[in-house]
Design a protein around this ligand. Structure first.
Ligand code: HEC
Length: 406
């Protein structure tokens, strides 16, 4: 009896081999690397690694089950506009083609071996020498502990483009091997942040420069190592410094942190300039054990296009919504996130930026959770929280990237 069962097993396995032979599936391989391994590697936020064929074979059935019931990859922020530039935001659900390809590739060990044959060999493409903007100082991230914020000043080199469509993490900052989870950028033409960064090891502070929020020049993240504005739009890059605000997470060993980015130059067509507005809760306080919603209104004085949303927050920010309330009271959803996690967050960029008319109000709701039920709650029992750095403080902000005019 036993023999017969294993014989049938063999037959089934052979059928799959025959079926999958020679069909190294580029869709499955790309989906795995772009949509799973971004988090599931040596020091990603996820507990298991899927960056070798051995690991995939070990976890294949669990992977398949979670893809099948749509638990993985985790849902990204939903934007009802559904026009987020897919490659540059946490994209949420897989497409049907990606899902089918991945399920087929995970169906058997042989199918996995064939589909992911190229996995180990995949070279990382290097980009031609773009000018780099690199933190002046460096900091050693401790092996263990909680999420930290470290802000570095970095000099804009003279050969950097004046108008910038976006950014990418420089190759040295391989996002898969670094403790950086999120890197938000602010211009600092007056170099004021160098005063804070006096030890040359970054400052433990938010990267805002005066009233200019960090994120005003966009953001990069582990899940979106390249950030790009939609076609037609660009940031004006001032001379002086940038402030690179990095959200870091210890990775189990000491790691050197020295953020470095490369600008992506704008083309002659990218004529619209992008600026920033921030929604913040002032003053911020959340009682121990409290879950509350705080609403912030940003009145819009002139017509503008809403180009992107950079959400920032610590462990007490559970979710947010961004809505536009027109002068006639009509509401439209812009973005919402129910399970915000800074370490897997990515900025949103709209492919077709919606118009926000003069006289409307942008309404931002922050869902703040200082209860025991918050899975990221660092304290037991919960303690009162005020504005400040994580993990004791909270500094939730929604930065809107906007471009004046219709
Ligand atoms: C944005 C980051 C991210 C992406 C992308 C991602 N995961 Fe995960 N995954 C996680 C995290 C975080 C956990 C741990 C969840 C927890 O413990 O609550 C996890 C857990 C898992 C687990 C283990 C569950 C368990 O019970 O131990 C599997 C299997 C898994 N993911 C498969 C996948 C697959 C397959 C993909 C691609 C289709 C994927 N994940 C994409 C972040 C991610």
């Amino acid at each position: 009896m036993l023999h017969r069962i294993s014989a049938i097993g063999m037959l089934l396995a052979n059928a799959v081999v025959a079926d999958a032979s020679g069909t190294a599936d580029p869709v499955a391989a790309r989906t795995l690397s772009d949509r799973c391994v971004t988090c599931h590697d040596a020091d990603g936020p996820a507990p298991l690694r899927f960056d070798s064929i051995e690991a995939i074979l070990r976890h294949r059935q669990l992977m398949r089950a979670l893809v099948d019931d749509r638990a993985m990859p985790p849902a990204g922020p939903e934007t009802p506009l559904a026009k987020v530039v897919a490659a540059h935001a946490t994209p949420g659900a897989l497409t049907i083609a990606e899902r089918d390809a991945l399920l087929a590739a995970l169906a058997s060990p042989d199918a996995a071996r064939t589909a992911f044959a190229s996995l180990a060999a995949a070279p990382t493409t290097s980009v031609a020498s773009a000018p780099r903007i690199t933190a002046l100082g460096r900091w050693t991230v401790p092996a263990t502990g909680s999420m930290r914020i470290r802000s570095f000043s970095a000099e804009v080199p003279p050969d950097a483009p004046r108008r910038v469509r976006g950014w990418r993490l420089a190759a040295a900052t391989d996002p898969a091997r670094a403790p950086v989870r999120f890197l938000s950028l602010a211009p600092d033409p007056g170099r004021v942040s160098r005063i804070l960064d006096e030890t040359g090891s970054g400052a433990e502070s938010m990267g805002d420069v005066g009233l200019v929020p960090s994120g005003a020049l966009g953001a990069l993240s582990r899940t979106a190592p390249e950030f790009r504005l939609p076609e037609g739009y660009a940031f004006e890059l001032p001379r002086g410094d940038l402030v690179l605000e990095s959200t870091v997470e210890p990775i189990g060993r000491e790691a050197e942190l020295r953020p470095s980015i490369e600008p992506v130059a704008a083309s002659d067509h990218d004529v619209r300039t992008v600026e920033a507005m921030a929604a913040r809760i002032v003053p911020l306080s959340i009682a121990a054990g409290e879950r509350c919603e705080r609403v912030v209104h940003l009145p819009i004085a002139r017509d503008m296009r809403l180009v992107g949303v950079v959400a920032k927050g610590g462990v007490f920010l559970r979710g947010y919504t961004v809505e536009v309330v027109a002068a006639d009271g009509c509401r439209s959803d812009i973005a919402r996130e129910r399970d915000f996690r800074m370490n897997v967050a990515a900025p949103l960029v709209f492919r077709e930026p919606p118009v926000v008319a003069a006289g409307s109000v942008v309404e931002v709701r922050f869902d703040l959770d200082n209860t025991r039920a918050n899975p990221l709650q660092p304290f037991d029992p919960p303690r009162a929280v005020a504005a400040g750095l994580p993990p004791e403080g909270e500094d939730a902000a929604i930065v809107l990237l906007v471009s004046p005019g219709r």
